[in-house]
Design a protein around this ligand. Structure first.
Ligand code: KG4
Ligand code: ZN
Length: 332
């Protein structure tokens, strides 16, 4: 039995979790800074870093208490080492190294994106492979093939804005508040998704995505039609994003003859995407795995699960490893 304490501080959530054998989540605590950043309309890196410093210790104590595990009983301490905001990453990495040193346990550095990839598997360890994972967050939009042998392969990614970034920017323009994704999701329920035919970037052109044209098109439309209902704009924008995400995930799944389609990342919390990916997969005879909303957005349980597999294949991470804001996912 391998018990890992995992810490995640790559952006604006301070999170800690205790995970056993990469699949049993004993505790998962997430302290969100949303209220701190809301008045600025986005995450302020300096504010985020300071807030992590303040709450990391209590969040870790809470995760250990809820799991009924004490430091000396752990087998390793893990933390997200990138990608993310450098000031935020540093707090979690330094904290985790400190705990590891103090309790004389190995340290494991985890790639945040690999964490998101593992999230669906945490809730459903029996996902049939090969699988296509649509990883859609504030910083990334990727289609990844997970092979039965264990490796993964990048099939496509965004060439400009990430899907979550598009949600956040359009929400800000429509004065819907922060964070933008959930705000558009809510507003869209009141509007007509067919009201405006916004462009579907790179439609029918492989597995890459483009969302910056869509964002510009929303802004131009609102400037030309100031009387248009915000709910209709939000619903039509969301429809354009979800259409293209589902279309490309579906095509990628067909191309590699995937048995499953999984969602990951904060945008996977979107109601319409969750519903439409299920319908599309079912129509094609594949299974869709849609993690709970809490597992889609940033959390430390996914970091603990990833750390277990990393520790098993690569061993502990040297303590001199640095946080890397631009850390890439390596495809194997
Ligand atoms: O994975 P995540 O929590 O943090 C990153 O690693 O980026 O993703 C955050 C992103 C934000 O852009 C947020 O607006 C978006 O996920 N998001 C949503 C929804 N909930 C969060 N986007 C669309 N619909 C939602 N319900
Ligand atoms: Zn994330």
């Amino acid at each position: 039995m391998t018990t890992i304490l995992a810490i995640e501080t790559s952006c604006d959530e301070t999170a800690a979790a205790v995970v056993v054998d990469g699949r049993h989540v004993l505790s998962s605590v997430v302290s969100s800074q949303v209220d701190l950043h809301a008045r600025f309309g986005g995450v302020v890196p300096e504010v985020a870093g300071r807030a992590h410093v303040e709450v990391l210790t209590p969040v870790v104590a809470d995760a250990l208490a809820q799991a009924g595990v004490s430091g000396p009983q752990l087998d390793a301490v893990a933390a997200t080492i990138g990608p993310g905001l450098i000031g935020s990453l540093l707090v979690g990495v330094a904290g985790a190294k400190g705990y590891a040193l103090g309790w004389n346990k190995p340290f494991v550095g985890v790639n945040h994106l690999e964490g998101h990839l593992h999230a669906a598997f945490l809730e459903d360890p029996d996902i049939a492979l090969p699988a296509v994972v649509l990883l859609v967050s504030g910083g990334h939009t990727m289609l990844i093939a997970m092979e039965p042998a264990g490796g993964y392969r990048l099939l496509g990614q965004t060439i400009d804005d990430a899907a979550g970034e598009a949600f956040d920017k359009v929400a800000r323009y429509l004065a819907l508040g922060y964070p933008g994704g959930p705000a558009i999701d809510r507003e869209a329920r009141l509007g007509d998704p067919q009201a405006v035919a916004f462009p579907r970037g790179l439609r029918g052109e492989g597995y890459d995505f483009s969302f910056s044209g869509l964002k510009t098109s929303v802004i131009r439309y609102v400037q030309a039609h100031p009387e248009a209902a915000t709910a209709d704009i939000a619903a039509s924008f969301q429809e354009a994003v979800v259409d293209i995400l589902v279309e490309k995930a579906r095509a990628a799944a067909a191309a590699i003859d995937a048995r499953s389609i999984c969602l990951g990342g904060g945008v996977a919390a979107n109601s319409s995407l969750r519903e439409r990916i299920q319908i599309a997969a079912q129509a094609d005879g594949r299974r869709a795995f849609v993690p709970s909303r809490a597992m889609c957005t940033d959390n430390a349980a996914m970091v603990g699960a990833t750390a277990f597999f990393r520790l098993r294949t690569d061993g502990p991470t040297p303590l001199d490893v640095a946080a890397d804001p631009n850390l890439r996912l390596t495809f194997v």
